[in-house]
Structures are given as C-alpha cells and as structure tokens.
Design a protein around this ligand. Structure first.
Ligand code: ADP
Ligand code: ZN
Length: 803
C-alpha cells in the first residue's frame, strides 16, 4: 500500500510513501506520520491511500503519531475547503486544524503524563490489624478510592515505603497510570439545573431544537450537499426522472443556521445550555466558540456546571491559548476519545474532533478575533457555518450587536433570526447621554479629558459608594510628541506611525513594532532645538493620572496591555474591582467584554469617536458595537445605569443609534452605505498586500499584479468607472462580462499604515459576490505570478483588518 502525504512544509504538493510491513493496518486517511524528505524527517498528514504510485523507489513511512487518526475525515474535508476558499496551501490549512501539542507528540513520548496511582482493593472479610500510621494512610486511600502516590505521600505526611507495606499486605494496588492534567481542577464547581425559560427564550430554543430533530431524521444525502428524509427520496427520484416538481422542502430547506440577537443579559447563554443538552440527548456532541478574552473561568464554569452530573453528564473540554502544551494535549484527546462531548474554546476549537457533531454555537459572533490574521486566514464563524453544513449540524450565532454579515444573511433568508429583546430581569437599558466635546472645549486651554457633566457624575458615584468604568481605546500617556515651533513629530524609524509617550518608564514606544526610544530633552530637529516640546493626544495613563488629581481619594486602577502583562493580572484586577477595592476602573477594550459588576452604575466613554475616523469601511460598525458593549457594563444591579459618551462628532449615526440602543436602525442606514459602494456584506472582498523594504519595488510589483488580475479576470473590454469619491482607494474598474460581471478591482494603494516593521505595504482590493469562484482563480494567478525575491504577497479573503 501507498500513503499519499501532505508534508508540513509549504510545497503545495503531496508525496507518495510506501507503508512498511511493520506499520501495515495502522495508517489511514488522516493519520499523522513522520517521513523522510531530502535529508530530514518531516511530519505530515496522510490524505489518501493508494494501491500504486506513478513513482518508483518510494521511501517508507517512518512512524505513525497517535493511536487514533488525528485528522478525522470530516476535519480533513474542512481543511480542504479552507485551503480552497482562503487561497492557501493545503499543508498550511492542515497545520491549522491540529494544535501543535497534538501534531508532533506521540502518546508515549511526551503526550499523556504518567504517574503512580494507589488504588484500594476490595477487602474480603475483616481488615487486618494495621499500625496507627498504616491505618491513617489506609483511611485516606479508602476515602478517595484512588489517589496519586505523590499526592498521598504529601497529604498523609508519609513515605512511599509505608504505602508499599499496604501493597504487600494485599490492601492496595500501586500502578503506573495516565494522569490527566485538568486546567480547572482547582475550581470547585456546583452543578446547576436548567432554568424555566421566559417566552422569548422558549421560542428560540424550540426553533433550534426543531431543526436539530429534523437534521437527525435526514437519512439520505444527495450530491449537492443537501439532505433529505427517507420519505422525500422517492419524490426526488421521480423529479429526477422528469416526473413532477422537485419537492418544495428540497428546494427550500429551512436554514440550519440561526442568529440569536439578544442584548447582554437577555439569557442567550441559558438558551445555549439547553440546546447543548438537546444535542447530548440526541447522542451528539457540540462545540461552543467564545472569544479568547471572554473565555474566563466563570464562563467555563457555567458550562461545566450544567453537565457535571445527571443523566447528560459529560466532560467539557476547554481549548484556548493559555493552556500548557500538556493540558492542551489531554483536553484534545478527551474529545477525540469521545469522553468530552462538549468543547468550549477560542477560534481554533472549531476544528475539535467532535463526532458526531450536532450543534455549533458561536457566541459574540461579531467579534473580530474570530478571524485568524496569519495563514490560514480563516474566519471561525464562517468555518463553523461550513462545518455545520458538511456535518449536518445546527449552528447558532449569538450577539447583542450582530455583524452586518450575519444580519444581512437573515434578511436574505439564509439564516433564521431569533430575538431576545429584553433583559431577563426586566432591567431597563442604561440611560445614555452624548456630550458634545466641541462645546466642552470652548473656553478651555486645550481639549479637556472630562466634561463637567462626566466629572459631576463621577463625583456622585464616589459619594454614593458606587463604581465607575472609564473607557478609552488607546493606551500610553500621550499619542504623539510634537514640537510646536517646527512641527517635528517623533516617529518610529520602522513604521509610519508616531511614537506613543509612556510616562511611568519615561519612554517613547511604537505600538506596532515595539521600538523604544528615550524622550528627547529638546526638539531633535537640528535647526530648531526648541526646549519646549509638547505632548499631544490622550492615552489611558493620562486618564488615570488626571483622575488622581481630580479625585485624590478615589481608588483608581488601570487595565490595558501595559498593566496586564502577567497571566494573573487580569483576574486580580477584576477581583479587586468586584470586591469593591477599586472605585474607578480605567481601561481599553479589554474592559468592554461581558464583565458583570452589579455595583457599576456609571460608564464614561472618554473619546467615543477615536475609531470612527479610521480608513476602514467597518469603522462605523466597530464604533457602534464598541459603544453598545461598553454601555452594557452599566446598571446590571438594582440601580439604573448611566452612560456618558463624550464625542467630537456627537451626531454621527454610529453614536446616535448606539445611544438609543437601536441595532436595526443602525443596520438600515449602514447597509445602504455598503450597498452604494458594494462593500461587504453586499459583496465579498479579497485583499492583496504586497510587502517589501524597497518602496519602488513594491509599488511596481503591485502594478504588475493589478495587470495580471485585469488580464485574467476582466473579460473583454473592461468598463472604467470614475474613482468613487467615498472610496479610499480610487481608480476602480468594474468587470464587464463573463464569470465576474460584478468584479471591482481597486488599487494598488498604499496600505493605511504604509510602513510597518520596516516593510512598505501596498494593497489591492477585489470585490465580488462570487468569492468561492474568484478565490480559485486567484490561487492560479498567484501561482504563476513572478515577483522579485524581496517582495512578498499575501491574500486575505473576507479581510477584517484592512491595516
Ligand atoms: P446573556 O448570555 O444573553 O448575556 P445570560 O444567559 O448570561 O444572558 O443571562 C443573564 C442572567 O440571567 C444570568 O444570571 C442567568 O442565570 C439569568 N437567566 C437566564 N435565563 C433565565 C431565566 N429563564 N430565568 C431566570 N434567570 C435567567
Ligand atoms: Zn514601529
């Protein structure tokens, strides 16, 4: 037999190896293997088995990794789809679907951790007389039934020799056994019961479980990926013979994807939990995706607690980046072995080998962190939908501020919209006031940080012993160092970006590449040398400092990437805030997410329009989401919350709709703008980025790429379209005829951040509705494109970050 292997090094090719007799029967499609390649031994994945090969003199497979196939055929299929749709080499996609700890380690090498365990043996008759010491040790073992030798020795303050004596007397057995690392072993989890649902929740759950039941009934699969029940198959067969119409339910299958739109606190998680229970009742497993930052121990506990006992008891495996390699290994294998039937994790948990899969939940589906920003550049929400379709699983997307993409798909009838319009506890949404900072700045020397209204509100909270959250999405002290005399701005030598001043360490830092510089005493411009250089722009450090001056008795803490360096900082800062040891918490978007603090009655957004003026068509959407999320932090206890939004463009729709908690209003006006300019979700986008240290070369290569794209994609005479004034890119051309009649190519243009980490970057953006078809073409174009050696090209399908 021959194994066809996709090697882990990017060659866009598969290689044949012979299966030596010693490994016969151990290798299947999806097995991870090690094979010789040139003079090295390389890991790879078996993608097919064959009787014979077109090549002679094949080298043998060296070894198989893992007792079970690691890439299940279903995940392999998903990886293939990723390679095709996201235009990346299959081996890169395959690498993305397995955690590093699984890809490389065999179970005997460094996988399972083995330890000595002591187990109590059944006693026939009376317990023999033991010494006092032995008796104590025995009592402990009997109580625990099984315990690791190391733990026993420590707990009983004894020695291994004493335990061995018990073994000699036939009371216990000591054996080497796998010891599973449980990252949540220290947490004490109390089981919970399903709550009686309110009518909106009950309706949502019913819709979801109905489709889950329908999917289970589907017996047969037909070629085009649709499914049908045994009752429908004769009707279909008849229609295929030309006798009668195709059955309606085949032409219009009810969607298996739901969008659960509900404000924070509306009980989405309870709906997820009960839908998960339904999957378990069907004998199926499920995957729950949560953004990394929301994957707190509290979140995990809520899921573990529901399934820790009772007839639906199962292990809940957790996959995220803070696990050790060993923990990740163990969690993953618990899933592979079918012992953990529910998986909760960040982005890459979508590849967990759950089988059979009944349900996928994507919480906070609008989150941008679901997009991976390196190859394979997949979007976990979209992979979830594809996986659901392939495996006949129901997908539930949940959010308080759905992405335009998902809401649009509901409007088009692709997904089913479910709404939870009210908070479970009937609490009112916080009252949001927008403060016009142009007015606040009148008569002041500079731009103030706090308007009088916000200052007064903070003061009141301090008097009443209530808590405040202040939000500013920019860390550091000042965002620029500027000379008022000659206009000099301290810039990063590697990036086209001003350096941020960090006051505690008295340094200038680049937030892109990390470059650190000393603060100059005088203007570095040799002709100027002005000693009075100034700082401009505002960061969280300055907010914190100003608060200390305004409210000297307030206990203020800051939460941003600078103060949250160690693993425990986050938990500790939030713990102190929860227990009332902090009055005011200042932070970046880190504090915007799903945190629940009943005593917070005031939220202040210092400069709400920071994100609005970015050169990104999603700037408005991001601002709306962020304001809604941050505002949702206020008033989750008994007291009604209040939110102050300070803005320089107070009448911007993103701010006004967020003020009124009006998602649909925002959607309607935003979709009109996307429609006019054919931006996603009305079309789909592909973004090419070319990088080089040499600006002329990268510019030239970008032009070259543009010509190649035009030649291959725009059939016949392309129609020229005048540069749309609202478009940041200009020079757009629209495809005339052929497959991509709606194709728009814009650019090349310098990236919004032209230079980053010493590389100049130019971009070309393509937009079309037919992205699956387009990405196939793009892969071919990339393959034949000749670029200078020092120019690199990346393609990002459905980009989220346009920087
Ligand atoms: P979301 O996920 O939408 O933010 P949660 O599911 O966390 O909302 O619900 C918010 C709070 O309300 C939680 O404390 C939850 O236990 C409680 N809750 C949810 N559903 C119900 C219900 N039907 N009855 C009573 N309490 C509920
Ligand atoms: Zn830099």
């Amino acid at each position: 037999m021959i194994a066809r292997v996709s090697l882990e090094i990017a060659l866009r090719k598969e290689f044949d190896y012979s299966i030596p007799p010693g490994l016969a029967g151990q290798i299947e499609v999806g097995s991870r293997v090690q094979v010789p390649f040139r003079s090295r031994n390389i890991y790879g994945t078996v993608t097919a088995l064959a009787e014979e090969s077109a090549y002679a003199g094949l080298k043998p497979v060296l070894k198989v990794i893992g007792a079970q196939t690691l890439v299940t055929p279903k995940v392999l299929k998903l990886a293939r789809w990723i390679a095709g749709y996201y235009c990346c080499a299959p081996e890169i996609a395959l690498k993305g679907v397995l955690p590093e700890a699984i890809r490389k380690k065999t179970e005997t090498e460094a996988g399972w951790k083995k330890q000595m365990f002591v187990r109590a043996l059944p006693i026939n008759g009376k317990l023999p007389t033991l010494s006092k010491r032995q008796q104590e040790v025995w009592n402990l073992i009997e109580e625990r039934r099984e315990i690791s030798l190391a733990e026993l020795v420590e707990l009983a303050d004894t020695t291994a020799a004493t335990v061995r004596k018990l073994e000699d007397r036939g009371l216990v057995e000591i054996a080497r056994r796998i010891s599973e690392r449980d990252p949540y072993a220290r947490e004490h989890i109390l089981p919970t019961q399903p709550l009686p649902l309110n009518p909106a929740q009950a309706l949502a759950l019913r819709e979801i479980t109905q489709v889950m039941n329908r999917n289970e009934d589907r017996g047969l699969k037909i070629d085009d990926g649709q499914h049908l029940t045994p009752a429908l198959s004769p009707l279909l067969a008849a229609s295929q013979r030309g006798e009668g119409e195709k059955p309606f339910s085949i032409l219009h299958p009810p969607s298996s994807t739901f969008l659960l739109h509900g404000v924070t606190g509306s009980g989405k998680t309870e709906v997820y939990l009960q839908a998960l229970a339904h999957a378990l009742e069907q004998g199926k497993g499920a995957i729950v995706l949560v953004p990394e930052i929301s994957l707190t121990p509290q979140t995990v506990e809520r899921f573990k607690a529901r399934f820790s006992s009772g007839k639906l008891q199962t292990l809940v495996a957790v996959l995220h980046s803070h696990l050790s390699a060993g923990e990740r290994h163990d969690e993953w294998h618990k899933i592979r072995q079918g012992r953990a039937r529910i998986v909760i994790g960040a982005r890459s948990a979508i590849f967990a080998p759950v089988e059979p899969l009944g349900l996928i939940i994507v919480d906070e589906e609008h989150e941008h962190t679901y997009k991976q920003e390196e190859a394979p550049r997949y979007h976990a929400r979209d992979v979830a939908i594809m996986r659901g379709r392939m495996e006949n699983a129901v997908v539930v997307l949940g959010s308080a501020t759905p992405s335009l993409e998902s809401y649009y798909n509901c409007k088009k009838g692709k997904y089913t919209l479910l709404e939870l319009p009210e908070r479970v506890d009937h609490q009112k949404m916080p009252h949001v006031r927008v403060v016009d900072m142009r007015q606040a700045a009148r008569g002041e020397k500079g731009i103030p940080i706090f308007s009088n209204q916000l200052k007064e509100a903070i003061h009141q909270r301090l008097e009443r012993g209530e808590q405040t959250i202040l939000f500013l999405n920019r860390r550091g002290y000042s965002t620029a160092l500027q000379c008022p005399q000659c206009g000099y701005v301290a810039k990063c030598p590697n990036c086209s970006l001003a350096l941020t001043y960090h006051r505690p360490e008295q340094k200038l830092r680049c937030h892109i590449c990390g470059q650190v510089q000393n603060v100059p005493a005088v203007c570095p411009n040799a002709k100027c040398k002005n000693p009075a250089i100034r700082y401009a722009g505002l960061g969280t450090q300055k907010v914190e400092e100003t608060l200390a001056k305004l409210f000297p008795n307030a206990r203020v803490r800051r939460m941003d990437a600078d103060t949250m360096k160690r693993k425990d900082d986050y938990r500790k800062t939030l713990g102190d805030f929860r227990t009332g040891k902090t009055d005011i918490l200042v932070g970046t978007q880190m504090i915007a997410k799903g945190l629940h603090f009943p005593n917070v009655t005031l939220v202040g957004i210092v400069y709400a329009d920071l994100a609005l003026h970015q050169p990104d068509f999603r700037a408005g959407e991001r601002t709306f989401q962020l304001l809604t999320q941050v505002a949702g932090r206020a008033g989750r206890g008994d007291v009604e919350g209040e939110v102050f939004v300070q803005a320089f463009t107070p009448f911007h729709p993103a701010i006004q709709y967020a003020r009124r908690h009006d998602f649909t209003g925002f959607y309607e006006q935003e979709i009109e703008f996307r429609e006019q300019l054919k931006y996603p979700p009305v079309s789909r986008a592909a973004l090419f980025t070319l990088k080089s240290r040499n600006e002329d070369k990268v510019k030239f290569s970008a032009e070259h790429l543009r010509h190649a794209l035009e030649k291959d994609l725009l059939a016949n005479e392309p129609l020229s379209r005048p540069a749309a004034t609202l478009s940041p890119r200009g020079g757009e051309r629209v495809g005339a005829r052929g497959a991509f009649d709606d194709l728009i190519i814009s650019g090349p243009a310098p990236a919004p951040l032209l230079r980053a980490e010493t590389f100049y970057r130019y971009q070309i953006m393509l937009r079309t509705r037919a992205m699956s078809k387009l990405s196939q073409q793009l892969a071919k174009i990339i393959e034949t494109l000749a670029l200078p050696e020092d120019v690199t090209l990346s393609v990002d399908i459905d980009p989220v970050n346009l920087g």
